[in-house]
Design a protein around this ligand. Structure first.
Ligand code: M6R
Length: 366
């Protein structure tokens, strides 16, 4: 049932090219310049007229929400707030009928997310679900929604659910951007074509598996890790750190790279591996300066770079290359090496990768 893989997690990491494709199949019609999402089209005015979109979720689903915040605001120009469902439900938030809430949940059973949905509905908000499990409680409790088509995710560490969530959220953002006219016809079409190229680029990113394993070998006994990214890759840094924590039990923190100087840079010494996402983007030069700051304090850099990179390659101690894609789609690619890195470290430490201690696949209690 693990399809020849040692663990479900690894199998699920390798399924990503095909499940990302399954998630956009029939929805993304690049040659016709169309995005078809029934659940969205039926309620498109709710989204177009919304004062703001509030995205709620927990754990990895919350990270997908953070990526969506960047892409929704960037392309569709709709104000977005992203919140942990567990905080949202208890803080007496201001919610009105003009708000659209997007609830993200792989299992569709997370208690905090479900409670937050009920609260939003009681205040008159329109609630849209992005779930993986068909017929799950959250998919039934929401007014409408779009499923991810990741297939069953068995490993407690969420992998393919994350990239398929981002795929659906990207489709939603692009659809809204085209309906609202906040994106040029040209850019819109470029994105559709680029999205179709993502599965083969993920496939290519997976080819670094053996190299990533050797990097993991070097750092498996580290006690702390830092993960840094900017812009679209800040949430990816958070996700990379969460993956490492939950399956290897090594302490890891994700940070926006620019926040370093506001505190965490004090942690840097020759013992501290720092994973930096330094792919081509608007922030590339800024990330290069952040790497210099870390190097001058003797930090050890593991950099995720774009194919053809030269600058960061010269500065970093270890480099993992990933294919190029437009900046807003990079999380779909940069996540892959981080999943593999945490996987290999956990295996080398003899951890129970698929069922880490103290964790459950669906958190149905608060
Ligand atoms: O099923 P959900 O997406 O609602 O689950 C949310 C979190 O419990 C989940 O993402 C958790 O953080 C994972 N173990 C992360 O890998």
């Amino acid at each position: 049932e693990k399809g020849g893989f040692d663990h479900f997690m690894l199998k699920e990491i390798y399924e990503q090219p095909s499940v990302i494709k399954d998630t956009y199949r029939g929805r993304l019609l690049a040659d016709q310049g169309l995005i078809k999402l029934g659940g969205l089209e039926d309620h498109i005015q709710k989204f177009v007229n919304a004062d703001r979109i509030i995205i709620i979720g927990c754990g990895t689903s919350w990270h997908a929400g953070l990526v969506a915040e960047y892409i929704f605001e960037d392309l569709a120009r709709i104000p977005v707030e992203v919140e942990y469902a567990s905080e949202f439900r208890y803080r007496n938030p201001i919610i009105t009928e003009k708000d659209v809430v997007i609830a993200i949940s792989q299992s569709g059973e997370t208690a905090d997310t479900l409670a937050a949905i009920k609260l939003a509905k009681s205040k008159g908000a329109f609630v849209y679900g992005v779930c993986n499990v068909v017929g799950s409680t959250i998919s039934r409790e929401t007014h409408s929604g779009s499923y991810t088509h990741a297939g069953p995710e068995i490993g407690v560490a969420s992998t393919k659910a994350f990239t398929t969530q981002i795929t659906v959220l990207t489709l939603i953002a692009l659809k809204l951007a085209s309906v609202k006219g906040t994106i040029s016809y040209r850019d819109y079409n470029i994105y559709l074509q680029e999205l179709e190229l993502i599965p083969e680029k993920v496939e290519k990113a997976l080819l670094s598996n053996e190299h990533i394993k050797t990097v993991g070998e070097v750092f498996k006994n580290a006690r702390n890790f830092l993960y840094l990214g900017r812009g679209y890759n800040f949430p990816v840094a958070l996700e990379g750190a969460l993956k490492l924590k939950e399956i290897s039990y090594i302490h890891a923190e994700g940070y926006p790279a620019a926040e370093m100087k506001h505190g965490p840079i004090a942690l840097i010494d020759e013992e501290m591996p720092v994973v930096v996402i330094a792919v081509n983007s608007n922030h590339y030069d800024k990330v290069v300066s952040n790497i210099q700051e870390i190097k001058s304090r003797k930090g050890v850099i593991i950099a995720i770079v774009s194919e053809g990179d030269t600058t960061v390659k010269e500065m970093a101690d270890y480099v993992i290359e990933v294919p190029n894609t437009p900046e807003s789609l990079t999380p779909l690619i940069t996540t892959i090496p981080l999943q593999l890195l945490s996987y290999h470290i956990a295996v080398m430490l003899n951890r129970n990768v698929d069922q880490p201690r103290n964790l459950a696949k669906s958190v149905t209690v608060e």
